[in-house]
Design a protein around this ligand. Structure first.
Ligand SMILES: [Zn+2]
Length: 561
C-alpha cells in the first residue's frame, strides 16, 4: 500500500515537473522578447525627458489645467510611479541628470554637485568643464561655453550602453538649454550634444563631439527663433481668474525681477537682438528647445534606422522660472500650462514621424524644489533663508581665531564644508577636533538641525533616510567633510525666489512617467527611486544596465506579454 502511494506520488511529481518545464519553455519564447519576424522587441526610438525642477505635485496641482494630449496623455495612457525619490545629496541639476541616466549616485558616478571642490587638485570644478587644450566651442565665438564634455562622469550612462549594445549603430543625441542637461544624459559615446549659448543665441556643441555644427543646426541657428519668441512678449495664456484660483498673488516682493518687473505682462521684445540669455528664464526657452528637438529628429532620421535611437531632451526653463518666482507664482503655473502644450505637440510629432506606439518615453525631473520661505511664512508655515557664502566667511574667521589659519576651510557649497586635509596635517591638528569645533559653532545657529561628519555618516544619530542620502552623495575625492542639515523650509541664498538641494520631500520627490512601446498602463504608490529609471529602461531595451547602476527594475512599468 505504502509502495503504491509512493509510486503514484513519484509519478505525479514527474508529471508536474514535466508540465512546469513545458511552461518554462513556452515562457522563454514569449512574444515579449521577440517580434513576429524574430527580432528582439525594442522601440524604434527612446525619448528621455527631464523637466528641470519639476515637483511631483505639479502633475496633480495643475491637472485640470492640462489638455488631453500632454501630461494627461502620459498619465492616463502610460504609467506613473507616484512616489519616486532622489536617494542622495545634494538634490541639484548635475547630480539629477547623472543619476537619471546612470542609475547611480554621486558616491559612485562622481558628479557631487553642479560645482565641487576637487580635494586632489585643490581646485573648484564645474561638472561638465573640460580644460583639455583640444576642447573648443563649436557653433559660436563664446570661448568657454563649449569647453565641455562628460569626462567627469565616472560611469557609463544608459545611452552609452545603448551605443555599446548596438556596436555604436544606435544614434544618441542630447539637447537642452543648459550644457549639463545635454552633455550628461547623452553620455560619453554620444553622437552629439547641443546646448544653448546665451551670448550668441545659438545652440552650440564642443569639439569633443564634432568639428563643426551639422548643416541643419547651422540653419536652425540662422532662423534666430529667440528674437521671434521675444517678440511674442509674455502674458498669461489663460484668464487671470485661473491664476487667482491656483496661485499666490501675482505681485510679490519675494519674487525676482524679469526686465524690471515681478508681475505680468513682461515686455520681452526689449531683449530682441540684444540679450539672448533672457529667454532661458521664460517659458519660451522650452519652445525653443522643442523646435530644435524636432529639427534634430527629422534631420538625423531618429527612429528610422535598424537600431533603437535615443534622444535626451532636458527642459531647463522650468528651473529658471521656478528659482525666480517660486512654485506658487502665476509665472510658474503659466510655464507648466505652456509646457503641457509643448509636450502635446512633441507627442504628436513623434506619432507622425516615428509612429504611434513605435517609441518609448520617460519623463522625470532632476530634482524638485522648495516653496518661497516668505510665501510659507505668510501662511504660518516654517521657512527661512541662510547663505553658504556667509557660512564660508564665518567658518574661516572661526578657524583663524581657533587655529590661526583661515585656509583650513577650502569651500562651502551645497551645505557641504570642505576642509584642507593637507594643511590640517601640516599644522599637526586633529581633524576630529577641527570637525567638532565647526559642528559646535554651527549647531548654535537657529536654522541648523544637525551637522553630519560625512566620512563617518554611518555612525550619525540621524534617521536612516537622511543617513543613506548623505552616504550616497559622499565621494571622498570630490565631496566635503561636513554636511549641514537645516531645519525644514530653510533654503540657501538669495533674497528673492527659491532653490533646492536638500534631503526634504519638497526637493527629493520627483515625477516619473513612462509611456509608449512596451509600457503598461497604470500607476504605483510603492516607493521607487531615481536610480531605478536607467535599470528599467535597460530592461525595456534588453540592453546592459549602466556600469555603476544600483537601481532596480520597476517591473510594474513593463508590459506583460
Ligand atoms: Zn535649480
Amino acid at each position: 500500500m505504502k509502495y503504491k502511494l509512493l509510486l503514484v506520488t513519484t509519478f505525479t511529481i514527474i508529471a508536474f515537473t514535466g508540465n512546469l518545464l513545458a511552461q518554462n519553455k513556452k515562457k522563454t519564447t514569449s512574444k515579449a522578447v521577440v517580434t513576429s519576424n524574430n527580432k528582439i522587441a525594442r522601440p524604434k526610438l527612446m525619448v528621455g525627458i527631464v523637466v528641470d525642477q519639476m515637483r511631483w505635485d505639479y502633475l496633480y496641482r495643475f491637472y485640470d489645467l492640462y489638455k488631453a494630449g500632454g501630461f494627461k496623455r502620459l498619465m492616463n495612457q502610460g504609467f506613473s510611479c507616484d512616489n519616486t525619490m532622489v536617494p542622495y545629496l545634494p538634490t541639484v541639476t548635475a547630480c539629477g541628470h547623472t543619476c537619471v541616466y546612470t542609475g547611480s549616485v554621486p558616491a559612485i558616478h562622481g558628479i557631487t554637485g553642479n560645482n565641487w571642490f576637487d580635494n586632489k587638485t585643490q581646485k573648484s570644478v564645474y561638472c561638465t568643464e573640460d580644460n583639455n587644450d583640444s576642447i573648443k566651442t563649436v557653433g559660436s565665438n563664446t570661448i568657454d561655453a563649449g569647453r565641455m564634455s562628460p569626462q567627469n562622469v565616472l560611469v557609463t550612462t544608459i545611452t552609452d550602453e545603448l551605443r555599446l549594445a548596438s556596436n555604436f549603430q544606435s544614434k544618441v543625441i542630447g539637447l537642452s538649454i543648459k550644457d549639463r542637461g545635454a552633455i550628461i544624459p547623452a553620455g560619453h559615446a554620444a553622437n552629439a550634444a547641443y546646448w544653448y549659448d546665451g551670448k550668441s543665441g545659438n545652440f552650440i556643441s564642443s569639439t569633443y563631439y564634432m568639428k563643426e555644427l551639422p548643416e541643419w543646426m547651422q540653419a536652425f541657428n540662422k532662423r534666430k527663433l529667440t528674437d521671434s519668441l521675444y517678440n511674442l512678449n509674455w502674458n498669461t495664456i489663460m484668464p487671470a481668474s485661473v491664476y487667482n484660483k491656483y496661485c499666490d498673488t501675482d505681485e510679490n516682493t519675494y519674487e525676482s525681477k524679469l526686465g524690471g518687473r515681478t508681475s505680468f505682462p513682461y515686455n520681452l521684445a526689449q531683449f530682441a537682438g540684444k540679450d539672448f540669455s533672457k529667454i532661458s528664464g521664460t517659458p519660451y526657452g522650452n519652445n525653443l528647445l522643442f523646435e530644435a528637438a524636432k529639427v534634430a529628429i527629422n534631420a538625423e532620421q531618429l527612429g528610422k534606422g535598424e537600431n533603437t535611437d535615443f534622444i535626451c531632451i532636458s527642459f531647463s526653463s522650468t528651473d529658471y522660472v521656478g528659482h525666480a518666482f517660486g512654485p506658487n507664482s502665476w509665472e510658474l503655473a503659466d510655464t507648466y500650462i505652456r509646457l503641457d502644450e509643448t509636450l502635446s505637440n512633441l507627442l504628436d510629432y513623434l506619432d507622425k514621424t516615428v509612429g504611434q506606439n513605435q517609441y518609448s518615453l520617460f519623463l522625470t525631473a532632476d530634482h524638485a524644489g522648495a516653496h518661497v520661505p516668505e510665501f510659507l511664512n505668510k501662511h504660518h508655515i516654517n521657512g527661512g533663508r541662510m547663505d553658504d557664502g556667509d557660512i564660508n566667511k564665518e567658518l574661516k574667521a572661526l578657524m583663524n581665531t581657533q587655529y590661526g589659519n583661515s585656509k583650513i576651510i577650502n569651500a562651502v557649497d551645497e551645505f557641504d564644508i570642505y576642509l584642507n586635509h593637507a594643511l590640517i596635517d601640516t599644522m599637526k591638528l586633529d581633524i576630529k577636533t577641527v570637525k567638532e569645533t565647526i559642528s559646535k559653532y554651527l549647531l548654535l545657529k537657529d536654522y541648523v538641525l544637525n551637522v553630519v561628519d560625512k566620512a563617518n555618516a554611518s555612525d550619525a544619530t540621524i534617521p536612516v533616510k537622511i543617513k543613506e542620502m548623505v552616504i550616497n552623495g559622499y565621494n571622498p575625492g570630490r565631496s566635503g567633510d561636513l554636511q549641514i542639515i537645516n531645519k525644514t523650509g530653510v533654503i540657501d541664498g538669495g533674497k528673492t525666489g527659491m532653490t533646492h538641494g536638500v534631503w526634504n520631500t519638497y526637493d527629493a520627490h520627483i515625477p516619473l512617467l513612462f509611456y509608449g512601446y512596451g509600457i503598461s498602463n497604470g500607476h504605483l504608490n510603492r516607493e521607487t527611486y531615481m536610480t531605478d529609471i536607467s535599470a528599467t529602461v535597460a530592461a525595456l531595451l534588453h540592453i546592459q544596465m549602466p556600469s555603476g547602476c544600483i537601481g532596480k527594475v520597476i517591473e510594474e512599468v513593463i508590459k506583460k506579454p
